[in-house]
Structures are given as structure tokens and as C-alpha cells.
Design a protein around this ligand. Structure first.
Ligand SMILES: [Zn+2]
Ligand SMILES: [Zn+2]
Length: 135
């Protein structure tokens, strides 16, 4: 049995007023969180979006988990600068109308948005150091 010396982290801990650790952290359990800048921007989208819940399928992703998920080798999720949004209130990114509304909302906040199939990928691209830029 592998003993962990790490303190247990509370999955319900509020990282921002509305987003919990569980919603934002890497799904592999490593504990990686998005940058505070990104988290605060997500919180801002929630406020601008009428206070309705924003549902994420992915927040931060460590290098190993990103590889396991088949993410881009230069994925901004690894730098804590991206999230994948699947819902805003009752709107779902799996529907055309829902996806358009979500893209418009995050675009308005200043996120770079990408239609990523069943979700809307949002990232803080304009502020990335030149060396990390995808293109
Ligand atoms: Zn991880
Ligand atoms: Zn993404």
C-alpha cells in the first residue's frame, strides 16, 4: 500500500466564490488548479452570465493527465490557463444554440473561445508568454 503524506484536500473548498476545487482541479487527483487569474475570469463569466451556474468538464490538466486524455501537447490546460465549458444555466454546449450562447458569453469576458465538439474550450490566450503560444 502506498502511503500518502499529503494533507487531504477538501473537494468542496471554494477556490472562487462559486467554483470549488473539484470543479477546477485536474481530474487525475494530482491537485493541480488553474491559475488564480483564470479562475477569477471564470468567476467573472458567471457574474456576467446572470449568476447562473457554469458547468465545466475540464479545468487544469497536468502533463500526464493531458497525455492520457489525448490533449494537445501544447494544451493550455497544462498551464492552468484553460477550461472546457459544457453548460451555462439550462443551456448545454451539446446543442447548437447553447454552444453559441456560451461562446458569446466567454468571448465577451475576453476569453479566447474554441468550438471543441461537445464543449466550448475557453482560454486566456492573449496573456500567454510568447514561448507558449500555439500559433
Ligand atoms: Zn493531474
Ligand atoms: Zn480545452
Amino acid at each position: 500500500m502506498i502511503m500518502s503524506l499529503a494533507l487531504p484536500l477538501d473537494p468542496n473548498e471554494k477556490i472562487t466564490p462559486h467554483f470549488t476545487r473539484q470543479e477546477l482541479e485536474c481530474k487525475c487527483g494530482c491537485g493541480l488548479l488553474p491559475s488564480l487569474f483564470t479562475a477569477k475570469k471564470l468567476e467573472r463569466a458567471r457574474l456576467e452570465g446572470g449568476g447562473l451556474p457554469i458547468t465545466l468538464s475540464s479545468g487544469a490538466r497536468c502533463r500526464l493527465h493531458n497525455m492520457a486524455e489525448g490533449g494537445s501537447p501544447v494544451s493550455l490546460h497544462m498551464y492552468g490557463l484553460a477550461a472546457d465549458v459544457i453548460g451555462w444555466g439550462d443551456l448545454k454546449a451539446s446543442t447548437r444554440a447553447g454552444k453559441e450562447a456560451i461562446m458569446n458569453l466567454f468571448n465577451k469576458i475576453g476569453f479566447h473561445v474554441l468550438d471543441s465538439g461537445g464543449c466550448v474550450h475557453v482560454d486566456c490566450r492573449p496573456w500567454i508568454p510568447e514561448v507558449l503560444k500555439v500559433r
